[in-house]
Every structure is written in structure tokens, then in C-alpha cells.
Design a binder for this molecule. Structure first.
Ligand code: ADP
Length: 452
């Protein structure tokens, strides 16, 4: 059974990991999709700004065209080399003005986003006399080739669009054609937050479903373990009660056999001794049955006959009776209360106190001290013994029905695991509480608190 539970836990953990991984993968896919969707949205919105920026400032655009034209013509004339053209294009004096205009346009047209951008020049190609192209400049997009914009790196930016411009002209009887290509890169500030905000619903739903799954898993495993514990406890109980019943039944069997012998029946002394044995074993069987019956009742089903009792006197009578039954035990009292009147059921409380005292004897004590105190306005009775003690990790289960501490050879000691359960039920029925303090090998102290 234990192996099956472990196997089940292992399978469930694997299933949980697989499901969580799938969920994470789905969330990642949704995130990638949202990023792509976001880029498309930004591209579409920026695409509305006309291609050659002429609507931003037509004067600047014509200045730019004039510059390109003069640079091309100087190149044809042989006055300028390629790097002069590149420097001329990249360091034009109108660049800051264009950057500011575009920024302002973004702020006006896309007020919900804070956008950084860069327009970089990729190509500057001159075709002379319809001949082969003279590539003055052609590169992959680099931030160093920035024409306009405030971006410092293209790393986290995405391409919005590329613009190809052509200019035709004639210079010194040469027809030429200029082809330029520039690309616009943008980076939206806090774009991750924007996307996460758009994914709130999906994230919350996934988180909630994983949490539900884990909770269900934990609840199911807990229930399984509890069930296993109950079934173990029941098996233990059956073993214990069988063991408890065997001795009196065997004695009864032997006694009956002996009584069948005529010479025994004729000897009064022997006859009486056998009858006494039968009667004792009969009582023992009766007690066992009573104990099981009494403990089949739940706390709220116990019928109490409560009366006002002077508790110290009541305790003393239990102690004195106990001393007569166990003359070898050193039973001491340390009462620091006087004439405390409590409303108790005399019969059940006596049985509960006796259970605790008998356990002390059963589990190895020679000296027992019964103490009374007032603690936090409650009446406290404690039973301190010098027996074998109880390991800390077993203490939480002590008051459970049928629970017995398994201690190797110790369970030569007879019992059904009902004594402390009964104590707990009776104390609870009096709205009190019972607790234990113990260390293995160092004795045990049970404390019962009752309302004054
Ligand atoms: P049992 O019939 O086994 O005595 P109880 O419910 O009375 O059942 O006690 C439960 C378990 O608690 C016992 O099996 C025993 O191991 C442990 N126990 C109870 N009282 C003491 C004690 N005074 N000292 C050590 N162990 C104790």
C-alpha cells in the first residue's frame, strides 16, 4: 500500500510537471504572439506617417534632396570621394531638426506610447549613363549610419519600414540616377509592461489553474495518506483486541476442562479457586467489551451526569483507591489549590483519571505525582510520572482512537489504544483540554485543564 502511494505521488508529480511545462509553453507562445501583434500595430500606426517625411517638413526634404544632388554631382566631377559623401550625408545640419519633428509627430499621433527611433541609411548607389551601378555606400543597418533619431542602439528595436528613394538628374551630359535606402527602427519604452498588461487575463487564468491543480493534488494525497493511517490503525486494533481476548478465553477453556474432572469438583478449595478464576476472566472480558463500547461514542454523544464536586477531595479519593490497588507505586500529591468546586461527571472523570494513572504504571513508572494548580483562570490537574516517556514525534497522535506507540519489544504491554482517546473525549465533553509533555526515557506529564 505504501509503495502504491509512493508510486501514485511520483506519477502525480510527473504529471504536474508536464502540465506546468505545457502551460508555460502555451503562455510563452501567447507572449510571442502578443509581441508580434504589438509590432504590427506599431508598424501600422507609424506607416501612416508618409513615406518620404515630406509632410513633416517639406523645406527640409527639399534641402536634403539638394544636398544629395550636390554630393552626387561633386562625386561625378571627381571632387569628392566615397567617404566624403558618407560624411556629408550622415552629418547634414538639418538632422536634429528632423529628429525633433518626427518625435513631436509620434507624441501627437501615438500619445499612448513613448517611442524612441532611429532612421539609418543602408544604401547610397549612383547609376551613371545607365551603366553599372557605382555603389558608394551599402551596408546592413547600423546605428553608426543614423540619419535621424534618438536611439543609441538597434539591439532592442524593431524594423518598422524601409524607404527607397530615387533621384534622376543630368550633369555634364551624363544622365545619372541616385538610389537611396533607409530604414526606420523603433523601440517602445516599457513595451514589456504593455504586453504583460495585455496578457493579465491569460496569466491570471494559467496561474489559477496551476494553483488549483496543485491544491487538488495535495488534498488527494493527504486524503490517501489519512485513509492509509486509519486502515493501519484499524488493523492494529484488530490485532490488539484479538490478543487481549485470547488470554481470558484460553484461561476459561482450561478452567472448564479442569472442572470436568470429578476429583476437582469434590475438593471445595480447588473448586472455589477455579470458579474465582472463571469469574475474574469473565469480568475481564466484560471490561474489554465495555471499554470498546464506551469508546464507540463520539464526544458529543456521551451522556454526562454532571454535579458540583469539591475537586481536591475527589482527586484524593481516586489517589487513595489507586494506592490500594498498586501498593508498590509511590503516588504523591502536590495540591496548590483548595476546595475548588467544579461541575463534573463523577463516573467518567474518575475513569479518565484512572486511565492516565494506570498508563503511568503500565509504561514503567515507580513514582507518580498528582499536582493541582490554577493556570490562566483554569483548574489544572497534572499527572507526572518517571516512566519510559514518549518520543516527541509520536505525541501528536496519542489521543487518536486506537493509537499505540510502537516501541519494538515494549508492546508486551497490553492495550487497545483507547485509554487516552477516552480521556480526550471526556475532557472535551467538559469543555476542557488535555496536553502531554514528555521526552523519551525521561517520564511523562499529562495536564488536564478544566473550566472553573
Ligand atoms: P494503550 O491501550 O496502548 O495504553 P492509550 O490510549 O492509553 O492506549 O495510550 C496510547 C499510547 O500512549 C500507549 O500505547 C503508550 O505507548 C503511550 N502512553 C500513554 N501513557 C503513557 C505514559 N504515561 N508513559 C509512556 N507512554 C504512554
Amino acid at each position: 500500500m505504501k509503495q502504491r502511494i509512493n508510486l501514485l505521488i511520483a506519477f502525480s508529480v510527473v504529471a504536474l510537471i508536464v502540465l506546468t511545462t505545457v502551460q508555460c509553453y502555451l503562455v510563452k507562445t501567447a507572449y510571442d504572439y502578443k509581441v508580434a501583434e504589438f509590432h504590427t500595430q506599431i508598424k501600422n500606426e507609424i506607416g501612416k506617417i508618409s513615406n518620404n517625411y515630406s509632410d513633416i517638413d517639406s523645406a527640409i526634404v527639399s534641402r536634403k534632396e539638394a544636398l544629395y544632388k550636390s554630393l552626387s554631382e561633386n562625386y561625378i566631377k571627381g571632387k569628392k570621394n566615397r567617404s566624403d559623401i558618407k560624411n556629408g550625408v550622415l552629418n547634414a545640419e538639418y538632422q536634429n531638426a528632423v529628429t525633433q519633428r518626427i518625435q513631436r509627430k509620434f507624441e501627437r499621433d501615438l500619445p499612448n506610447f513613448k517611442i524612441d527611433f532611429a532612421i539609418v541609411l543602408n544604401k547610397f548607389i549612383l547609376y551613371k549613363n545607365r551603366q553599372k551601378a557605382d555603389t558608394i555606400f551599402s551596408q546592413k543597418p547600423f546605428i553608426q549610419n543614423k540619419l535621424y533619431g534618438n536611439l543609441l542602439s538597434l539591439n532592442h528595436a524593431f524594423l518598422v519600414r524601409s524607404y527607397v528613394g530615387t533621384t534622376n538628374g543630368t550633369f555634364e551630359n551624363q544622365d545619372y540616377k541616385l538610389l537611396t535606402e533607409d530604414s526606420m527602427y523603433v523601440s517602445v519604452i516599457d513595451w514589456e509592461m504593455i504586453i504583460l498588461r495585455r496578457m493579465t487575463f491569460i496569466l491570471a487564468l494559467s496561474f489559477f489553474s496551476i494553483l488549483t491543480l496543485i491544491s487538488l493534488f495535495v488534498i488527494a494525497i493527504k486524503a490517501l495518506i489519512k485513509q492509509k493511517k486509519v486502515s493501519d490503525v484499524k488493523t492494529d486494533f484488530i490485532n490488539n483486541i484479538t490478543h487481549e481476548l485470547k488470554t481470558p478465553l484460553a484461561t476459561l477453556g482450561i478452567s472448564t476442562k479442569i472442572l470436568e474432572q470429578k476429583n476437582i469438583r469434590e475438593n471445595d478449595e480447588n473448586f472455589n479457586s477455579i470458579v474465582n478464576t472463571i469469574s475474574r476472566q469473565n469480568n475481564r472480558l466484560q471490561n474489554l467489551i465495555d471499554q470498546v463500547m464506551a469508546n464507540s461514542l463520539a464526544e458529543n454523544e456521551i451522556e454526562l451526569k454532571k454535579e458540583k464536586i469539591e475537586t481536591e477531595e475527589f482527586l484524593l479519593s481516586i489517589v487513595n483507591d489507586f494506592k490500594i490497588t498498586f501498593p508498590k507505586i509511590n503516588l504523591k500529591t502536590d495540591f496548590q489549590t483548595q476546595k475548588t468546586i467544579l461541575v463534573l461527571d463523577r463516573f467518567h472523570v474518575t475513569t479518565a483519571f484512572l486511565n492516565v494513572l494506570e498508563n503511568a504504571v503500565k509504561y514503567g513508572s515507580n513514582t507518580i505525582t498528582v499536582k493541582t494548580r490554577i493556570v490562566d483562570n483554569q483548574f489544572s490537574v497534572s499527572f507526572e510520572d518517571d516512566g519510559i516517556g514518549i518520543a516527541k514525534n509520536k505525541q501528536s497522535l496519542l489521543f487518536e482512537k486506537f493509537y499505540r506507540v510502537e516501541q519494538g519489544n515494549l508492546h508486551n504491554t497490553k492495550g487497545l489504544g483507547l485509554g487516552l482517546y477516552y480521556v480526550d473525549q471526556i475532557v472535551k465533553a467538559h469543555q476542557g483540554s488535555v496536553s502531554v509533555m514528555s521526552d523519551l526515557g525521561k517520564g511523562t506529564q499529562f495536564t488536564i485543564l478544566l473550566k472553573v
